[in-house]
Design a protein around this ligand. Structure first.
Ligand code: NDP
Length: 696
């Protein structure tokens, strides 16, 4: 943080005017801007406004400047930029935590937003380098044979969309909400424009400022608009992607924006969600699961003052346990003092604004038409610190719905605060039916120690949820909990939850890429993907294991001598390894097997002999073999058959910042009749230069 910023933030008196970074410059919209209050104290914390900005120009700039710069890099180069950014952000996180206090969130509440957000960025950076090729084009799935003679094949490829990703975010996760969306988009090669929700935009603006100051991202890769988006959506094209997190009503409005409809612009929506937690019928008050369930519901009601898209709104319990659950939960809720977020004793921070508090009270009143308040009083606020009128505090409210199968509001009205409704069920089918009344949610959790209950509930819940978490005694310490979306897992839900899907590891990256089926002859397809395809030209000569990455090309091939496999080989292998499975050892038993005519050669002996045929034994650029993929034994091998190997360099994946790259070899083992007996990919690490040099 530079001195000028610090002065402004520390005093809290000199509220700063938020700026937008568009078209390569920090710009302040026209006018003084709208004041944004500190959620806990009511003091003006910042001013926001974007009037007068050239929104169409911002999109053009991202597309014209950021897009080409990102597309000039490989996936791994983009991921490494994000890694550097994430590591630097981690060093700066105290500054973000300090700024986040103004949102009303306690430091514990802010952890998933700030530390979790940066962690998500780092996870994407690491998964991308592990799971995607270091290339600009990502081949997806197998090459599909489309002709008998092999001259016409098909392959799906993924390439970055040519537009800009516009991320319209919610107020409750100003950091995570931005990072979980820009990470996959930037890895995919799409420039981003972030529009944070106004009420907490000061945190997002600060983080974006720090990211841009690092100078790691190319120009145009990241822009931010603080304030309204004006006519921006009028300018979207079919190559842009719009992601939205917020209320269902705004989401619907934006999704049906004429330019989005007209251009079939990709639109991902994550909206309201009345997530459920279900207590299994086996989890009585003395069971660990009962206790875990109550703790989790309490945590989800109070973390971030219940302003989480994943928070538990519906507490679905066996009818017989309703009163015990209400009593236990009430006891915990009573020990949750509300107050200033920076004080250690505070367990419940403030809502984002006084307006949000009014909104939550209105929603409680709606739910209360079909349920009774059994804990708390929405109209009276008790605080351990701070001012109950100036700060947006609200104590927890628990309701109970007596006839949930015939009620609507508890399943449909989202009170975005520390509010939940308990509802009893009679039998697992009814528990599922109640959860389904939410018409689609982001997440549901099930607390049970019974396998049958878990299996039945998950299968019933899955079509209505993007994620289902099973909680029990065994995972109590390690569970990441109901409320945490995780980078490797999908986040999103059907129906009311918006029908979107984010993250999910590399699935999330693909949302920002175009999947195209390419058909053609193997030679031309290889030139598109950079991967050798069976039927494409090959080159023989120097043993490919003698070539460093600098010398190796896809299509470099070795065709080995042949080797006859004998009965003695098989018996030696069987006794040496202990694999004396009858099909290799007992002629009568093997003949009785529908697949074999007689004793067969071990599959692993075939793979071992293949290695013996293709390796070049001297120290050289091949540093290690780290596995095989897709190993299939296709034709039985009998004593006296002879094996030959065709090994072809299929994919070269240089690792940034190291002395090696990964090389995938197509390995095909044939018998004397030319039949393929085994097929697989051999995975090796190969030096970039040989002898090895220190330069990565
Ligand atoms: P909104 O839907 O009003 O806002 C979400 C985002 O959309 C904000 O960035 C907002 O900007 C922007 N936005 C609003 N109107 C437009 C528009 N016409 N064009 C472009 N962008 C627009 O939701 P809130 O943040 O106010 O939250 C309201 C409710 O939404 C909550 O009470 C809760 O019920 C639900 N919600 C659900 C979340 C979820 O993840 N499921 C997360 C957060 C909220 P600006 O702030 O500048 O208006």
């Amino acid at each position: 943080m530079n001195r000028k910023d610090k002065q402004m933030l520390d005093t809290g008196r000199t509220a700063r005017r938020l700026e937008s970074y568009v078209q390569g410059a920090w710009q302040t919209g026209k006018g003084a801007g709208k004041p944004l209050a500190n959620a806990a104290t009511g003091e003006v914390h910042a001013y926001i406004g974007s009037d007068g900005l050239d929104f169409g120009g911002a999109l053009d700039w991202g597309r014209a400047v950021g897009g080409p710069a990102l597309r000039a890099l490989t996936v791994h180069e983009r991921a490494l930029m994000l890694k550097s950014i994430g590591l630097r952000l981690m060093e700066m996180k105290d500054e973000f935590h300090a700024e986040s206090l103004a949102t009303g969130a306690t430091p514990k509440d802010a952890w998933p937003d700030i530390d979790g957000g940066i962690g998500t960025l780092l996870t994407f950076a690491s998964m991308a380098r592990r799971e995607l090729p270091n290339a600009k084009v990502i081949p997806e799935g197998a090459v599909e044979p489309l002709s008998k003679d092999g001259t016409f094949v098909g392959q799906h490829i993924l390439v970055p969309m040519r537009g800009i990703a516009i991320h319209i975010n919610a107020f409750n996760f100003p950091v995570w909400g931005m990072l979980e969306k820009i990470a996959p988009a930037l890895i995919a090669g799409m420039p981003c424009l972030v529009k944070p929700a106004s009420s907490t935009a000061y945190v997002t603006e600060l983080v974006v400022r720090r990211i841009l100051e690092m100078g790691i991202l190319p120009d145009g890769a990241l822009q931010i608009v603080c304030g309204g988006v004006g006519d921006m959506l009028d300018h979207v094209t079919g190559q842009d992607v719009v992601t939205f997190t917020g209320s269902a009503s705004t989401g619907r409005k934006l999704k049906t924006h004429p330019a989005i409809v007209e251009n079939a612009t990709r639109f991902t929506m994550e909206a309201d969600s009345l997530n459920a937690a279900i207590l299994g019928p086996d989890a009585g008050p003395d069971s660990p699961e009962f206790d875990l369930f109550v703790r989790e519901v309490h945590r989800e009601m109070t973390a971030k003052a219940g302003q989480k898209c994943t928070a538990i709104r519906r507490v679905i319990v066996p009818k017989a346990l309703e009163q015990e659950v209400i009593a236990s939960l009430s006891e915990r809720l009573a020990k949750t003092p509300a107050g200033l977020p920076d004080l250690a004793e505070t367990r419940l921070g403030a809502l984002a604004s006084l307006g949000d508090r009014d909104g939550v009270r209105e929603k409680i009143a709606e739910i209360a038409k079909e349920a009774d308040i059994v804990f708390g009083d929405p109209e009276t606020v008790a605080v351990a610190s701070g001012d109950a009128d100036k700060g947006a505090f609200l104590n927890p409210v628990l309701l109970r719905c007596a006839d949930p199968m015939n009620a609507a509001a508890p399943h449909e009205v989202e009170a975005f605060g520390p509010v939940a409704t308990v509802m009893g069920y009679d039998g697992l089918d009814e528990a599922i039916a109640l959860a389904m009344k939410g018409k689609g949610s982001l997440v549901s959790s099930v607390f049970t120690n019974d396998e049958n209950v878990a299996a039945k509930l998950v299968l019933g819940l899955a079509p209505f949820h993007g994620r289902v978490m099973l909680g029990n005694r065994d995972s109590a310490k390690s569970s990441t909990g109901h409320g945490s979306p995780l980078a490797p897992l999908v986040h999103g839900g059907p129906g009311r939850a918006g029908g979107g899907e984010e993250m999910g590891g590399m699935r999330g990256v693909k949302h920002f890429m175009m999947r195209t089926a390419v058909q053609g002859t193997p030679r031309l397809l290889s030139s598109v993907t950079g991967n050798w395809v069976s039927g494409a030209p090959t080159a023989t000569g120097t043993h490919p294991f003698r070539k460093s990455l600098a010398e190796l090309h896809i299509g470099d091939q070795l065709v080995t001598d042949s080797r006859v496999v004998t009965k003695e080989d098989v018996e030696h292998f069987a006794h040496f390894t202990g694999d004396t499975f009858y099909a290799h050892m007992d002629s009568d038993a093997a003949k009785a097997n529908p697949f074999f005519e007689d004793r067969v050669v071990h599959g692993y002996l075939i793979a071992s002999f293949a290695a013996g045929l293709f390796v070049q034994p001297d120290p050289g650029p091949v540093l290690a073999n780290y596995g095989v993929d897709n190993l299939r034994f296709l034709t039985p091998v009998y004593f006296g058959d002879s094996l030959q190997v065709q090994l072809t360099c299929k994919q070269i994946n240089p690792r940034e910042g190291t002395v090696y790259g990964e090389v995938r070899w197509d390995c095909r083992v044939t018998n004397q009749k030319g039949e393929v007996v085994a097929e697989y990919d051999v995975l090796t690490m190969v030096a970039k230069t040989w002898p090895l040099s220190d330069e990565g």
